[in-house]
Design a protein around this ligand. Structure first.
Ligand code: SF4
Length: 284
């Protein structure tokens, strides 16, 4: 059966917080950004999915948590938006421009995401998936494999190395992230690893060394690491917590200064070079 015909078999159902549904033709979308230079390689169009089950202590987008609070959009409307802005993006290699799906957590609306990625690849557009990995486990192996088959780059948030720390930081175990990592290895999908560095929490030598060894272990297992980005914690999302009346765990934590972030990157790079001298990816 042709792909277009198959898609018609998917149910048309608006996603809600109670169903966290994966079989829908309507996505719940937080926002669209036409020209971003910080969401993947080159100039990107970014589709921010609404809805995220995690509650990361450092999240600066709590307004993206509630799945039903987004704008319902079908794939066709998003593809039309992508086409409209393609005229402004630079021509060049496949990575000179592209589309990034981000969130929220795009994997929360997995069937919709798959259909969208499939349509983008039909247009020969470079696709990047910015994800925490939740909620994927072996139960939905095929679905995630299909998504990765339409994904040129995975941008994966590490959050925390040890499972107990991950759970404390996000409210969930690290199993979804680890499963995405395993499938990225299996499918040889290139990965950019991203990690928020937070004063007083994970910028000391012990944490950075542990992070370097964790990355080395995944590299040794065959993970195609192209880039590691240490993202300095900031307080730009604090007002959103106040507006939404949500308690903010890191209310008192200061933003990491540029100088502190640069110094942290230098120490981390030394630990990584010691752990895996042959890993030559970009670190920023
Ligand atoms: S995964 Fe992203 S959107 Fe979800 S809570 Fe964490 S930082 Fe926020």
């Amino acid at each position: 059966m042709p792909h277009e015909a198959k898609l018609k078999h998917l149910k048309q159902k608006k996603p809600t917080d109670s169903n966290c549904d994966t079989s829908t033709q309507l996505g719940s979308i937080h926002s669209l950004e036409s020209m971003s230079t910080c969401d993947g390689p080159g100039m990107r169009q970014v589709i921010f999915f609404q809805g995220c089950p995690l509650r990361c202590a450092c999240c600066h987008n709590p307004d993206s948590w509630k799945l039903s609070a987004g704008k319902p959009m079908d794939v066709e409307a998003i593809i039309n938006w992508v086409k409209r802005y393609r005229v402004y993006v630079p021509a060049g290699g496949s990575e000179a421009s592209g589309v990034t799906v981000s969130g929220g957590e795009p994997l929360l609306q997995a069937c919709f995401l798959l259909e969208l990625l499939y349509r983008l690849k039909l247009m020969n557009i470079h696709t990047a998936l910015d994800t925490s990995g939740w909620p994927h486990t072996q139960k939905n192996d095929c679905l995630l494999m299909a998504i990765l088959a339409q994904t040129d780059l995975v941008m994966l948030d590490i959050k925390a190395v040890k499972n107990a720390d991950y759970q404390a930081f996000t409210g969930f175990p690290a199993e979804g992230r680890d499963y995405v990592l395993r499938l990225a290895i299996k499918t040889a999908t290139p990965v950019w690893l991203r990690h928020v560095i937070i004063p007083g929490m994970n910028v000391d030598d012990d944490n950075l060394r542990e992070l370097a060894i964790w990355i080395k272990n995944h590299y040794r297992q065959g993970l195609k690491i192209e880039r590691i980005t240490l993202l300095p914690f900031h307080q730009l999302g604090r007002h959103k917590y106040e507006e939404l009346g949500i308690a903010y765990k890191l209310f008192e934590t200061p933003s990491l200064t540029q100088a502190e972030a640069a110094e942290t990157r230098i120490r981390f790079t030394e630990f990584l070079r010691a752990a895996a001298p042959d890993l030559t990816c970009l670190i920023d």
